[in-house]
Design a protein around this ligand. Structure first.
Ligand code: NI
Length: 183
């Protein structure tokens, strides 16, 4: 078990486009995926993208059965998603608060597609194709953005809805939701 350190905003790697995997081999991927799960769980995250630990490959993980800090959050299936493709269903955008392990202590309101299809492969090379809505869809969009070098502040429309979690909480501005989140 290795908890890796998560790159923080300001590190140029977080703004780079990650490489697609040419071949998918579970044995080769196992150490990376184990480190990613260990790191995500240790940080109480809802998801993590490989470039956040400095591995510039199109691999994300996300999902949890339940999160003790956010008992009302809907479960998201625990998923390894490689070379993902996201296709919006319709054009409805929904605003929601997001955080990111690469931007500790801050939250911002980000518009995301409410309904999507996401496709890709698991670590065994099995195809994944799922419809997702709401928070599940938000987590997937957030994680996959990391593969294109996009951090959530780049998608904030109203920068007045971006700030420090402790201040936002004190003022009851924010209803807490986990999203690639730190305690
Ligand atoms: Ni993130």
């Amino acid at each position: 078990m290795t908890i890796r350190s998560v790159l923080k905003m300001g590190d140029p790697k977080l703004f780079k486009v990650s490489e697609a995997l040419d071949s998918i081999d579970a044995e080769t991927l196992a150490p990376l995926l184990q480190d990613m799960w260990d790191t995500m769980v240790a940080e109480n995250g809802a998801g993590l993208a490989a470039p956040q630990i400095g591995v510039m490959q199109r691999v994300v993980i996300f999902g949890y059965e339940s999160n003790p800090r956010y008992p009302e959050a809907p479960p998201v299936p625990q998923t390894v998603l490689i070379n993902p493709l996201i296709t919006p269903i319709g054009d409805v955008l929904e605003d929601g608060w997001e955080g990111c392990l690469s931007i500790p202590g801050m939250r911002g309101v980000v518009p995301r597609y409410r309904d999507i299809v996401y496709q890709g492969y698991d670590q065994h090379g099995n195809e994944i194709s799922r419809e997702a809505s709401g928070f599940h869809a938000r987590v997937v969009q957030h994680e996959c953005d990391h593969l294109d070098g996009i951090l959530y502040p780049l998608r904030i429309v109203d920068m007045r809805q971006f700030g420090y979690l402790d201040t936002l909480s004190e003022q009851s501005v924010i209803k807490l939701q986990p999203c690639d989140d730190e305690p």
